[in-house]
Structures are given as C-alpha cells and as structure tokens.
Write a protein that binds this ligand. Sequence first.
Ligand code: SF4
Ligand code: SF4
Length: 352
Amino acid sequence: MTLILYTTGKCNLNCDYCGGSFPPKLVPWEVEYSLDKLIDFTKGVKELVIAFYGGEPLLNLGFIMKVMDSIPASKYVIQTNGILVRELPVEYWKKFDTVLISIDGPEWLTDRHRGRGVYRTVIGNVKWLREVGVKADIVARMTVTEDSDIYRDVTHLLDLNLFDHVHWQLNFIWSEDWKDVRKWVEESYKPGLRKLIKLWIDEMRRGRILGIAPFQGILKRMKIGGPCPPCGSGFDSFAILTNGKVVACPIAVCEEWAFLGNLGNVKLRSLINRKCMIGEPCINCEYFRICGGRCLYTYKERLWGDEGFKLTCEVTKYLIDLVYDVEPIIEVEGLINEVLYPPFNNTIEISP
Ligand code: SF4
Ligand code: SF4
C-alpha cells in the first residue's frame, strides 16, 4: 500500500510544464491536519510505503521528519526537484529507500525548462547524497517534451554514474506546447526508443544492467503482473492533500472521481482491495495486462480528447512491443530476476 503525502502545495521552482505552486485554496501550503489523524488513518496497514510529494516536499522539512519519526513505514520515498536536498539532515536521507529527483537530461535542456542553474545544483546535491553515504535507489525523473531526444537524454543521465535508474514521463496531455507531436513521435521518440533498447540489450550482454526504469517496469509486468493502473492510483496507492483530503491520484487534487474521503472519516485499511477504476476500452484491450490502462488521470480526464488518448495508447503499445521483442534475449542471458524493477511501488509510473 503506497501513501503519497503532500507536505505543501508550494514549490520553489516554476518549471514551464508545471507552472510551480498550487493555488493555496486547492492545495494549502501548510499541512492543516494533525499528525495524530494521520497516525490513526494508517493504523493496521502492513507493508506501508510513504512517499513525500508536493509542491516541493523539502519546503516542509518539519513535517517530513515528524512523519518519519512517528510512522514506522516499511519504505520511504521522496519525489523532489533536488534544490533543497542539503537542508534535510543526513540521518533522514539514510532512511529513504527511493529518492526521485527531477532532471530532464543535459544542462541546457534541464535549465531551459526548470530554470537557470537548476542542473548544476541538482547534480551537486546528488553527488553530496552519495558522498554522505546515502544508499537509496536514486532515480532521475525526466519530463519529456518536444525538445527531448530520448536516447541522448537518458544516456546522458546514465553516463553521469550518479543515478541508479532513469525514468521519464511524457508531457503529452499535460501541456498545449507541442508544435507537432506526431512528427516528434515518428522522427524522434520511436527511433530513440529503438536505439535505447538496443543499447540496453548490448550492455546486458556485456554483463551490465542499465537502470532504464520503463523497460524494467514493463518487463516486470510481463513476468509477474501488477496493479491497474501501474502506478496503483485508486487501487493500492492513495494521496493525502495538505487539507486532509484523501484522493486516488496525487495529480487529481480537485476532480470528483478521485475524492475518497477526508482524514478522520476514512481509514487506509478500508481502501485495501478497491476495484480498479479503469474500464472500457482498456479492459478489453489486448495490451491491458501489461499496460494496465497506463494512467488513471489520463483515462478519466482526456485532456487532449480521444485523439490524445489514442496517441498515448500508440506510444505505450510501441514501447511494450519493444520490450516483448527483447524479453527472450534477457531470458537466455539468465538476467530476468536482476532486471525486474521496481522492487515495490516507489511511485515510478512504469509506462511513461
Ligand atoms: S493501450 Fe490504451 S486502450 Fe490499451 S490498455 Fe493501455 S491505455 Fe487502455
Ligand atoms: S500515472 Fe496518472 S494516475 Fe498514476 S499517479 Fe500519475 S497522473 Fe495519477
């Protein structure tokens, strides 16, 4: 069971694909509920994963430390923009199992979208985490835009030898900034994925497993399945906003379909074994077992209409087919068990 905790709706960056802080009316910038309510909410849940989220979660260090001191989760995760990393004491960093840090690829690309100097600050902070002995799985979490070249950007991040895994999320449907998305998919994304999976296999044959999270996550779903949608939203992953609202998906801060209750009138254990919130056309799609409907928010909101939904399906199927094609090679190499990822729901969404 994964519990995503907003620590604040505020952010200290203003990335162009996100727009920075939430309006405080939607996601308040302070936590408005008592820690006791949260403790009560999580009572009786075994194997709890707590993931800190925002806004920028490190803007509320006090809340993070209080939660880690009082709720004995089996795993701790944080999704951060990486700017304020050194503000949290090292002993807390050492308790994290997964640290997801936003970075898009080379310096010019990251800084173009996230702000000048962001790349250097983030890289410096990841190096610091390693220097002080943090053993967590550190994941570079990329946002992929029309400026991205998936092969160039993923290999750039892997070559830094700082990140254990690289994951990416396509900026489709979230932004209207795309000039020619179809051209980008055909001329950049698909060829880049083919090149990347070839590199993944070539390196595997040399005994080196590159931590390319979407390939590994899809392979894991092929071998042992997983929740629907793959991020578990509304099924075995829930989020709590700073005002105490419990929602199915952390992005769905005001959508009615996502609202599940308020702290104080719902218990986490009562949400166990909820039904998957995804229906047609996914449940009868031949890719459903692996794809899992990809993203509950996209499924419900259709921000780019049916055409946009079809486009995300197309790229998802393309990626799944690529992994299908190489799966027998990985079996022959005898590396399947080492390749499967993530070991628990650490909030990577599997399908970008
Ligand atoms: S490929 Fe599309 S239709 Fe098929 S399961 Fe995934 S999201 Fe649903
Ligand atoms: S993948 Fe979609 S449903 Fe899952 S957490 Fe992200 S936005 Fe929400």
